[in-house]
Unconditional design. Structure first.
Length: 394
């Protein structure tokens, strides 16, 4: 089998992950201590892909500046989707690049290389216009459901609610160039052209859309608290290293009196003070500082975050450059979290502290608090709910 080229769709913002996506697209959010998109590229390369086209759009410089023209010696070719009008619209941006079969993967879902390899092999061995990777998964109702008759797809439903036996659409596709015409023929919804709608149009037109049942690691972050689960899944799967030595960068400075409760992941140039307690499932990005006697448990702290002495940080996700002051308490979830006009009850989230938010000392957080980027919370206050970007709380 020849190696198929791949397209990675990485142009969207990820609005349901705000405030973390205010300054960068969802594929650049941290999974453990590197961007989600890194794992997507890893999966493709480990499956044998040597030709990757990346569709970028929202805050595209964050992707291009981070990865540059190559990743693991594989060239990256960037194509810009100037307006984010859906996954199908994003794919149309690469139409002139392909006159034969190709793979498509989403840039914001972490997928095992085995899934990609199975889809490529199935697409190479059938005469389908499109081939989907599908998984047996217990949370299909939150994602995309697939109904199959043998190996033929008969229905595709986003977030299904009926009682039919669905499999999960893994978001990896082997496609023929006919997909571009299907995207144009499918009726847009709310002004957006969806790849799923194009696949449904092919099914309704009695074109052959195949599904290949596969398995392997598949994780997705839809909401901010999902980043905690993503990191736990990656740690449990050994993706970020099987031993403590593999999970702690050599350049990190860890005081002899600090306590590490595995699994922990500590990135380059981190500094951990005396008496600090990390873990389990504490994931620190580059240049994170955790000062003396602070506690960080089940949290993802992005690069340049600083946690002051005697602070308690549980079930927390930070953006880049966040500051959590001395003796501040983030006690962990469950809590009610507002995302847009929806309230999610009893989610396991202590807080989100977005990019460059500055929380002074002695602040108490109610579970589920969201602090927007560049917000300032003065010492000794109690915060709850959603604090908008650049807000000052006294």
């Amino acid at each position: 089998m020849g190696t198929l080229p791949a397209v990675v769709l990485a142009a969207g913002e990820g609005t349901r992950l705000r405030p973390l996506t205010r300054h960068r697209p969802k594929p650049m959010l941290p999974a453990v201590n590197k961007p989600i998109l890194s794992y997507v590229f890893d999966g493709l390369i480990e499956a044998g892909v040597t030709d990757i086209t990346v569709v970028v759009g929202y805050k595209r410089s964050r992707v291009q500046d981070h990865f540059g023209p190559n990743y693991r010696n594989v060239p990256l070719h960037y194509v810009v989707q100037n307006k984010q009008l859906g996954s199908g619209h994003a794919l149309l941006a690469v139409e002139e690049e392909f006159d034969g079969p190709f793979l498509v993967a989403y840039g914001d879902q972490i997928i095992a290389s085995s899934i990609i390899r199975n889809v490529a092999e199935a697409a190479d061995g059938n005469d389908a216009v499109a081939t989907l990777g599908v998984l047996d998964h217990n949370r299909v109702e939150h994602y995309g459901g697939v109904i199959m008759d043998d190996d033929r797809v008969t229905d595709l439903v986003e977030r299904p609610e009926d009682e039919r036996r669905y499999r999960l659409n893994a978001g990896v596709y082997g496609l023929e160039p006919e997909i571009f015409e299907a995207i144009r023929n499918a009726e847009p919804r709310e002004g957006e052209h969806s790849l799923i709608d194009a696949l449904s149009w092919l099914v309704d037109s009695e074109e052959t859309v195949a599904g290949t049942i596969t398995d392997g690691l598949w994780v997705d972050a839809t909401y901010p608290w999902d980043l905690l689960e993503v990191s736990r899944d990656l740690c449990r799967a050994g993706i970020v290293g099987e031993s403590r030595e593999e999970r702690i960068d050599d350049s990190a400075s860890i005081h002899d009196a600090a306590i590490l409760r595995d699994p922990v992941v500590i990135g380059p140039d981190c500094e951990i003070g005396a008496g600090a307690v990390l873990g389990p499932y504490a994931c620190l990005g580059e240049n994170v500082t955790v000062e003396s006697n602070a506690v960080v448990d089940n949290s993802v702290l992005d690069s340049d975050t600083r946690v002051g002495p005697n602070a308690t940080v549980v079930d927390c996700v930070t953006g880049q450059g966040a500051h959590i002051g001395a003796a501040t308490t983030i006690p962990g979830g469950p809590g009610d979290v507002r995302v847009g006009n929806r309230v999610f009850e009893d989610e396991q989230l202590g807080a989100v502290v977005a990019d460059r938010a500055h929380v002074e000392g002695g602040v108490n957080f109610a579970p589920g608090t969201m602090v927007g980027s560049d917000a300032t919370v003065y010492a000794g206050t109690t915060v709850r709910g959603t604090i908008e970007a650049e807000t000052v709380v006294r």
